[in-house]
Write a protein of this length. Structure first.
Length: 389
């Protein structure tokens, strides 16, 4: 008799992880001294944790401080610093009691989804989208509702689009800046969407993990400023460069605080103690982090200048994050094969668009430019040489 497999066993892959493996395998075949693989497939800052955060972890280890479980919602000091961040950055008073420290944003999403939705609930999101949104929802028995977006809506959902939905969804996920397109919702747009969701009984989940990484075209705003019923997700992985530390947070509405706490107690117990200590110290590393951001800004400018001459001249408005979402429909109708060929022929790893949009992503790819600046800026020349062969 065949053994049963659960619903989660059918979760689709997160293709960028497969690209990482392929890039690692390609790099291992290159001879010593050869130019390496340009790692433009993953949104992982190349610099690692800021010095002050790493030193805080080192001090804690040298002091032989016990690193046991913390409260499920995290260390009080870190939660207080996050609350201070909302006051100083957005002018929003968020009590520390509504902040939950999580195992990265990746650990925050299932907590939020399980607390806010039931199996069978419908949760809307723009397409293209960050793949784990839909994959986690699917694994939990919920239904993603995709809203096709393009350059005309700046790859973001609009209020008019939401008002046409019938039936209304149970939830909506927005991301600003978004992955993969890097576009943002203006404060007035986010406010209108947040207020509409609250009035209609649609639970808003606002992904704000790329906050701090915007390029001056649109102001950053938080859904916490516009709705007490919204769930805000953020992370130390992107602006703070702490991907492998697996540390993030949720800003929760009052009605979900205890449900999420109970879920966190059972699913994760707590985020890693040492990562929480390092994250608290990261708030004091603004000078170093802003210098890194300037490196991303320069890499972005170099790519936006150089890619059109290499044939990549259809790029989404990159307001924030550290991605370029490129329409390559004039070059291919198979982004998966195109990215594989780029890795083999140009030693550039990029993520095929089908990871972010299963219906239209065959004509798109995503470049990440948060790696070492000196390497990222080589991409246009390599691409020109490859495509002219």
């Amino acid at each position: 008799m065949a053994l049963k497999t659960g619903r989660g066993a059918a979760a689709p892959p997160f293709l960028v992880m497969d690209v990482i493996a392929a890039a690692n395998a390609r790099a291992a075949t290159l001879p010593p001294g050869a130019p390496g693989v340009l790692r433009m497939e993953v949104g992982q800052p190349g610099g690692g944790a800021p010095r002050g955060a790493a030193e805080a972890a080192i001090r804690a280890l040298r002091e032989d401080r016990p690193m046991g479980y913390t409260e499920a919602f995290g260390l009080p000091g870190l939660r207080a610093r996050i609350a201070d961040h909302y006051r100083s950055t957005y002018g929003v008073a968020v009590p520390a009691s509504r902040i939950a420290v999580t195992v990265g944003a990746s650990g925050a999403f299932p907590l939020a989804f399980l607390a806010a939705f039931d199996a069978g609930d419908r949760v809307a999101m723009a397409a293209p989208f960050y793949p784990p949104y839909a994959n986690i929802l699917t694994a939990l028995g919920m239904q993603p509702v995709l809203l096709p977006c393009d350059a005309t809506t700046r790859f973001q959902p609009t209020l008019a689009m939401l008002e046409k939905l019938d039936p209304l969804p149970d939830g909506l996920i927005v991301a600003s800046p978004c992955n993969p397109a890097g576009t943002m919702l203006a404060p007035a747009e986010l406010s209108a969407i947040a207020r509409w969701c609250h009035a209609q009984g649609v639970r808003l989940v606002s992904d704000e993990i790329y906050h701090g990484l915007s390029w001056g075209t649109v102001a950053e705003s938080t859904a916490a400023a516009f709705s007490d019923s919204a769930i805000v997700v953020n992370s130390f992985s992107k602006y703070f460069s702490m991907t492998g530390w697996r540390i993030g947070w949720l800003v929760l509405p009052e009605d979900l605080c205890r449900p999420v706490e109970c879920l966190a107690q059972n699913l994760f117990i707590s985020a890693p103690h040492i990562a929480q200590l390092a994250a608290e110290a990261a708030f004091d590393c603004g000078v170093e982090l802003e210098e890194r951001k300037e490196g991303y800004r320069r890499a972005r400018a170099a790519l936006l200048e150089g890619l059109p001459g290499a044939g990549f001249d259809r790029v989404a408005a990159a307001d924030g994050a550290f991605y370029l979402w490129c329409d390559i429909g004039h070059l291919t109708n198979d982004s998966l094969a195109f990215c594989a060929g780029m890795l083999a022929g140009a030693d550039i790893a990029a993520t095929p668009g089908v990871d972010f949009d299963r219906e239209r992503g065959h004509r798109f790819l995503r470049f990440s430019y948060c790696g070492a600046e000196a390497e990222v800026v080589q991409a246009p020349a390599r691409l020109r040489a490859w495509l002219r062969r």
